[in-house]
Design a protein around this ligand. Structure first.
Ligand code: HEC
Length: 88
């Protein structure tokens, strides 16, 4: 009986963290855009565009070449956010 209760608690915890993780990645992507992509131009520059995931990757790589500061991990989060939010 105790074991079952434990399982229910664990399952509830696991299920409740999944949406949190998705929301977290989304706000994190938006934050990265505001923080790292507003250094040289307003964020309206990327926000006015609509690109496929491949095009966003090319753009972000190009911006990193100019000096945009992103770790590999942050780049993945930002690309995911851009591709989902500003798509054709
Ligand atoms: C070190 C300065 C710098 C940073 C940081 C920077 N950019 Fe740019 N960006 C530029 C310059 C300069 C241009 C205009 C010249 C050009 O397009 O090459 C530009 C143009 C753009 C354009 C329009 C051209 C296109 O390819 O569609 C987009 C979109 C863009 N940047 C997105 C971003 C994003 C997203 C980030 C954050 C990862 C970012 N930029 C960070 C310098 C920067």
């Amino acid at each position: 009986m105790k074991k079952l209760l434990f399982l229910v608690v664990v399952m509830g915890f696991v299920l409740s963290t999944i949406p949190t993780a998705i929301v977290y990645a989304e706000t994190e992507g938006a934050n990265l855009l505001e923080e790292r992509c507003s250094v040289c131009h307003p964020t309206s520059r990327p926000k006015s565009k609509q690109k496929t995931p491949e095009q966003w990757e090319t753009t972000v790589n190009r911006m990193m070449g100019k000096g945009a500061k992103l770790t590999e991990e942050e780049k993945v989060i930002l690309l995911d956010f851009l591709s989902k939010t500003y798509k054709p």
